[in-house]
Write a protein that binds this ligand. Structure first.
Ligand SMILES: [Zn+2]
Length: 283
């Protein structure tokens, strides 16, 4: 296995290439099959959304797709599966709230118990990945004019404090990890309001700017904006489905399966005793 056959390259449109990683080959314990990186191609410049897990060199793969154009690299948020290859690029844009979180080497020692042998690649580097060489903070509201296509940054907290979404003036929205099918990583129940607020911001944005093609950072892409309303409705009605929760030991979280989602909800302080009790019952 090498960079060439590890990354799957999908030419979705003239101005959009999807670079896919098989997340479950790295660690199957996160209910996630794919990580999606996106390369938006303008007439003069390109923009790469996220750098993946850093398991195989990414930059040589991206360089081949640029045709000599200047590259901008943005992280949707600081989680390890989106920033792994940051150290290969000259500069990384990320929301200012997460700037410091990506300024240190990335320690992947929590993966050492993952059952897959592909991880031996990480062992060669002692499960440590180098950080970005330079980091430029974003506030939200910035526009990257790539030539013939504009990409705007939206600050969209909820999945993490500095999560961002991006949208183009060609009708595409990239919501990062805020909305995706499969596993949706969420804060504890009392903080779900922030996620709902962020989803509502995107729902309004889609209506206002006529966006109806969503490209999440995991799993299915080119999906309808309905995912935003569906997810928001489930979270608003969380009390109605709360009795379906199951304790998940690996992620220290509740899971609730509903429609095409697996909601993975952090265990709140008041729920800890209940969580431990339900875990014991499973054993
Ligand atoms: Zn992720």
């Amino acid at each position: 296995m090498n960079s060439e056959n590890y990354y799957e390259i999908i030419q979705q449109k003239d101005h959009l290439i999807i670079i896919r990683e098989k997340f479950d080959e790295i660690d199957p314990r996160y209910f996630t099959i794919y990580t999606n990186l996106y390369l938006i191609i303008g007439n003069n410049e390109c923009l790469l959304i996220d750098t993946g897990c850093g398991l195989f060199p990414l930059k040589p793969v991206i360089d081949k797709l640029l045709n000599g154009k200047k590259l901008n690299v943005v992280n949707t948020h600081f989680h390890w599966d989106h920033i792994g290859a940051n150290g290969e690029f000259d500069n990384i844009f990320i929301h200012k709230k997460e700037r410091r979180l990506i300024s240190r080497p990335l320690n992947l020692s929590f993966l050492k118990d993952a059952p897959n042998t592909i991880l031996n690649r990480y062992t060669d580097i002692n499960l440590i990945l180098p950080p970005a060489k330079r980091i430029t903070p974003l506030n939200g509201g910035e526009v990257f004019s790539l030539g013939g296509i504009d990409v705007e940054i939206i600050h969209n907290a909820g999945h993490s404090p500095g999560s961002i979404s991006l949208y183009t003036d060609k009708g595409e929205l990239f919501p990062g990890d805020l909305a995706r099918y499969g596993m949706v990583l969420l804060p504890s129940k009392e903080y779900l309001a922030q996620v709902i607020d962020s989803l509502e911001i995107l729902i309004n944005l889609c209506n206002e700017k006529n966006l109806n093609e969503l490209y999440p950072s995991h799993e299915e892409f080119n999906i309808s904006k309905d995912i935003l309303t569906d997810l928001s409705n489930h979270l608003k009605n969380i009390d109605d489905i709360w009795e379906n929760r199951k304790p998940n030991e690996v992620n220290n979280a509740w899971t609730i399966e509903i429609d095409k989602f697996v909601l993975l909800i952090n265990v709140g302080i008041k729920e800890r005793e209940d969580f431990r009790k339900r875990l014991r019952l499973l054993k």
